[in-house]
Design a binder for this molecule. Sequence first.
Ligand code: SF4
Ligand code: SF4
Length: 434
Amino acid sequence: MRTEFSLARLADPAIAEADAILRACVHCGFCTATCPTYVLLGDELDSPRGRIYLIKDMLEGDRPAVAEEVKHLDRCLSCLSCMTTCPSGVHYMHLVDHARAHVEKTFRRPWHQRALRTLLARTIPNPSLFRIASAGATLAKPLAPLFDRLGLPQLAAMLRLAPARMLPSPAPSGRVFAAEGPRRGRVGLLSGCVQRVLSPAVNEAAIRVLTRHGFEVVLPDGEACCGSVTHHMGEEDRALSAVRVNVTAFAAELDGAGLDAIISTASGCGTTMKDYGHMLRTDPAFAEPAARVAAKVRDIGEFLHGLGSLNRVPTPALTVAYQAPCSLQHGQKIVREPKDVLARLGFVVRDPAEPHLCCGSAGTYNILQPEIAGRLRARKIANLEALAPDVIAAGNIGCITQIAAGTAIPVVHPVELVDWATGGPPPAGWRSAP
Ligand code: SF4
Ligand code: SF4
C-alpha cells in the first residue's frame, strides 16, 4: 500500500512503524473472510482491510479521529485473526494499538461513553476495586432486563457478566511456593487482575501443577495488572505505567534468584507481556529490562507442553471441547500445545467448528459492544455444544466468563484439568456444575 507521510512525520518512531505496517498491506482482502466483524456485518469498513484504510487516512491526515472512524475501530475485537490469515505479514496488532491511542488522544466521546470507559479503566485493573464493583453488580444482576429497556445495553451486559455470588478477597502477591521432589527450576507467575478475583482457582491449580513437577513458583512482590485492559482501550499512558510496574517486579526476580520462565495463565495477559519489549522500546530506562522480561514469558500450556510427560493419575476420560482463545492462537501462535497436554493426560480433546472466530469477550468488548459480542457468543456456544462435551476448556479468563454466561456445560481452564489429572482436585467449575 502506498503511503504519503512527510519526512518530518516519519521522524516519529511510532509513525515510522505505522508507515512500515501500512506499506506491507497489498490490499488482497484475504483477511476479510476470517474477520469476525466482517463475517457478521458484511461491511468493508468492519473488515481488517477497511480498518487499515481508515487508519491510513486518519494518520496521514495528521488530524483528530472522526466519529465514523471511531465507530469501526471500536467494533474491532483486536482478536488478531487477520494476522493469522494475512499472507503479507501485516502487523495489524501494532497498527490498531497505535490507532486506538490516537483516537483516545484526539476524539471526544459522548459523556456517558467517557464515564463508562473511565469506570472500566479504573476498576478492572485494580483487584480490590474490581471485587467491590463485582459485588455491586452481583446484587444488581436481576436489573439487567430493566437497563435493556432503558436503552442502556452496556450496563445490562455488565450485570449479565457479573458473578452469581460474592467473591472472596484477592490473594496477595509476594509469595513463594516450594518445589516438591527433585527441583527442576524456578518460575514467576503473574497473578494479574480479573482472573485473580473471578477465578483464583486457576492460578491455584497452576501453582499445584508447577510445584508438583519440581518448580518453585514465585508471585513477585508488586506485580499487578499486565496493562492489556487499558492498552486495548487506547489509554496508552495508564497502560505503560502498569507495564513498568510489572517489568520492575519481574526484572527484580530475574536479577535476584533468577527465573526460568514467567508464566501467564490468562492468554490475553501473556500476549501483552510478550510485547513488553516493543511497548517500552523508546523508554531508555525500561527498554532493556522490558525486553528481558518479555523474552521469558510463557503461556502455561506452552510451558507444560515443553516439560514432556507429566505425572498422571487416573481420571475420567472426559470429552473436552477446546476453545482456542484468540490471544493464544492468533496473538501467540500457540494452537496445538495445550490440546496435546490434555490429550497426553487421557482427555478426549475436540475442536469446534470455526475455531478461528472470537467468542466476543475481547477484554472490555463484551461490555462496550454487547450486541456484536452477544452474537459471537451465541455462535461460539452453538459450535461448542454441537460437540456434546463433558466440559469446555479455555485458557483465558475472558473466554471462560463470556462462554460460561451462555451455557450449562462447565467451562474451566485447561490447567485445572491438568491439575486434576496429575493429583489435584477436580476443577471448581466442574464440581459446581448442575
Ligand atoms: S490479508 Fe494482509 S495484505 Fe491482504 S488486505 Fe488483509 S492485511 Fe492487507
Ligand atoms: S483484529 Fe479481529 S476484528 Fe479486528 S480487524 Fe482483525 S480480524 Fe477483524
